[in-house]
Design a protein around this ligand. Structure first.
Ligand SMILES: Cc1cc2nc3c(=O)[nH]c(=O)nc-3n(C[C@H](O)[C@H](O)[C@H](O)COP(=O)(O)OP(=O)(O)OC[C@H]3O[C@@H](n4cnc5c(N)ncnc54)[C@H](O)[C@@H]3O)c2cc1C
Length: 177
């Protein structure tokens, strides 16, 4: 049986998959999208995140590909935030499109042994004392698989009312137990 099924291969799921592999868990990532969107929501990575990436040897590649910005505005604040005064190896905000961060996280997770299944849409999860059954609509049809744990990291990316209902109902069941 798989140790952990990570439902959703966005930034969070991809990062967690690598962390779980580091801890020795077997991991399958289930992602409904066949391909990663070329559009980025996030662009900005702050110092603390870079410090965490640095703990895994991942900061330098981000910094080398991104653009370091020492001061920036945030939301509607009138003052600029001065990151250059931070006592950090990374006294700046890094600008790097989220799509690239996700590529780097995906490469890491897969290189560490996580299985990434794209085009697989999770429709339900059902937990009992021994593990979790998760139901999936995949490219070759529907299937149910079992893992010891699931991590639901599907963000807000739920494509239709029917799926939203079935997915959130399943997640609610998990939370209640
Ligand atoms: C306009 C905007 C600007 C932002 N700017 C920044 C920024 O500058 N810096 C920053 O750090 N963050 C920023 N963010 C936040 C950042 O984009 C999110 O925090 C991040 O994408 C969350 O990642 P996630 O993995 O939780 O969710 P997502 O990125 O939404 O990933 C969830 C994944 O789950 C998949 N999924 C959903 N339902 C199912 C299902 N039923 N079965 C299988 N797969 C499923 C989706 O296809 C998707 O790939 C911004 C967000 C927005 C909207």
């Amino acid at each position: 049986m798989i140790d952990v099924a990570v439902l959703g291969a966005g930034a969070v799921g991809l990062w967690l998959a690598g962390e779980l592999r580091l801890g020795g868990a077997s991991v399958v990532l289930i992602e409904q999208a066949l391909e990663r969107s070329p559009h980025s929501r996030g662009l900005n990575i702050h110092a603390r995140t870079l410090e965490v990436l640095d703990m895994r040897g991942m900061a330098d590649v981000h910094v080398s590909e991104g653009r370091a910005v020492p001061t920036a505005h945030f939301a509607a604040l009138s003052a600029r935030l001065d990151m250059s005064v931070l006592s950090s190896r990374f006294p700046f905000m890094l600008v790097l499109p989220q799509v690239r961060t996700e590529e780097l996280f995906a490469e890491r997770a897969v290189a560490m042994g996580a299985e990434l299944r794209r085009g697989h849409h999770v429709t339900d999860v059902d937990q009992d004392d021994g593990g979790v059954d998760f139901a999936v609509d995949g490219p070759d049809g529907s299937y149910v698989e079992r893992s010891r744990f699931v991590l639901g990291v599907t963000g807000l990316g739920v494509p239709s009312g029917r799926r939203r209902e079935s997915h959130s109902m399943a997640m609610e069941r998990l939370v209640r137990r």
